[in-house]
Design a binder for this molecule. Sequence first.
Ligand SMILES: *Cc1c(COP(=O)(O)O)cnc(C)c1O
Length: 393
Amino acid sequence: MKTTDVQKLYDRYVLPTYSYLPVCLVKGKGAKVWDLAGKEYLDFFPGWAVSGLGHCHPKVVSALKEQSRKILHISNNFLNLTQARLAERISKESFPSRVFFSNSGAEAVEAAIKFARRSGSESGRYEIITMENAFHGRTLAALAATGQKKYLEGFDPIPEGFRKARMNDLDSVVKQITPKTIAILLEPIQGEGGIHVASAEFLKGIREICTGKKMLLILDEVQSGMGRTGKMFAFQHYGIEPDLMTLAKSLGSGVPIGALVVSNKINNVLTAGLHASTFGGNPLVARASLAVFEAIKKEKLLKNAQDMGDYLSVALEKLRHKFSFVREVRGLGLMKGVELAIPGKPIVDECRSGGLLINVTQERVLRIMPPLAVTRKQIEKAMGILEQAFQKI
Ligand SMILES: *Cc1c(COP(=O)(O)O)cnc(C)c1O
């Protein structure tokens, strides 16, 4: 089969909800992927920030092999050993909590919204404050929380009870608080929004407001979690703890799993039958996710993400000084954004021709999120390709 044959199948049978590239990826290993034509790429945005350990990490692959010989799926009405061990691991790595498992980020956010509303139901509070430029997923409530016009158009009526404030502007948050506010939901680092990092002052301020007004702080770490920023979770840079936290994307480094982590402080609102997911946290995906945690620890990937993140910052800053259209380099650890004064798509396309996969978001922000085990050599090579693309533009 050729790439054009695959494209024909798409044109005929796959709903056109994505603008796809004429590249069919068929194999991956670590930071490398190969397409159907055999071309090799360095992947600095593996699986849209899902394959955090890189493609086909050996520990994840053998965990899947092992588990698939035992049992793939059981109902959540039976005790599931791997799910229990994973919940323990997530809780111990984050804050005293219990965990609900979903299959995706949007579902984890959806669960967070439901749990927040439930906890406010007695006092009649249901409003949730979210940030401009946020991204929380594509289910209706997650979209309402996202609140960006381009995603909402034509989907009315959308669930009510969401109010918008501005990232890193505490006054704008305070202005949105009403007697009905139950929670503030935000990403510690906005991903799709263009890699905007919450300032320490802002996040600590939000924590204080939430504690003072008995509101819940929900952190969406679907993109920033699992070692991406050099700590297991981005909130750990700030010396604060959320009341709820959502995870997905690289939680399974390639298998679909999401999670809502709920602080023990609010667990009393949760009872049997309150929420459910048929697939959520099944033995196969939970086993893979356990392998992700093991790999991050054994291979010291948090340290590598910090070190390589610093190295990448220096390299990108060099490019900023060299090319006047590079406005700003932002991010934490291996979650980097490069804001340009020009559209980023031609640069992403140029990089891909040169053998490097990166992403552009908000039209002008290049998003670079290599696997946590990325090496100096791979970064050097990627920067060479990026520089060439900058030169050609
Ligand atoms: C990707 C993303 C989501 C949605 O996750 P899905 O798995 O696509 O539903 C939610 N929140 C953040 C911060 C994300 O980056």
